[in-house]
Design a protein around this ligand. Structure first.
Ligand code: NI
Length: 179
């Protein structure tokens, strides 16, 4: 079990376009995925991306079979490893909702995202993943894939009156669960 340090906003490694993975089912890729799992679980993340632990690869993981204490009222998203992701919006419709990020601890903002998307990529074994998603599932995928393209959610915020500290906005979510 290897819990890695999560880089915080301001670290230039979070602003890189990560490298695509070219070799699958390798010990190095499996180790990266395990480190992401351990780190996400320890931080109660809804997802995490390789750049957040300083790994310059297009690898994200998200989802869980258990409800997330940081997002207790959100639907479950299937546990997924997504490598070299490509997202295509389905339709023009956007939806705004609250987001946080393990690299931006203690803060939340309303972030507009595509409501429905098609996403594809591969898992760590090189098996194709090809799905449509909407709502919270689509939001999590867009948030995590943004990390591999060097984007953090504050760069997507349009209404800065809806950007604040989690403990002020959502006192019911304990600070211990959001840092
Ligand atoms: Ni994030």
């Amino acid at each position: 079990m290897t819990i890695q340090t999560i880089l915080k906003m301001g670290d230039p490694r979070l602003l890189r376009v990560a490298q695509p993975v070219t070799q699958f089912d390798t010990p190095a890729l499996h180790q990266l995925v395990q480190d992401l799992r351990d780190t996400m679980k320890a931080a109660n993340g809804a997802g995490i991306a390789a750049p957040q632990i300083g790994a310059d690869w297009q690898v994200v993981i998200f989802g869980s079979n258990e409800r997330n204490p940081r997002y207790p009222d959100r639907p479950l998203v299937p546990p997924t490893v997504l490598v070299n992701p490509v997202i295509t919006p389905l339709g023009e419709e956007e939806e705004s909702d609250w987001e946080g990020c393990l690299s931006v601890p203690g803060l939340r903002a309303m972030v507009p995202r595509w409501r429905r998307i098609h996403y594809r990529g591969m898992d760590e074994f090189g098996q194709i993943i090809d799905r449509e998603a909407e709502g919270f599932h689509a939001r999590v995928v867009q948030h995590e894939c943004d990390h591999v393209w060097g984007k953090l959610y504050p760069m997507r915020v349009r209404d800065f009156t809806q950007f604040g500290y989690t403990d002020v906005l959502f006192p019911e979510i304990s600070a211990a669960e959001d840092d």
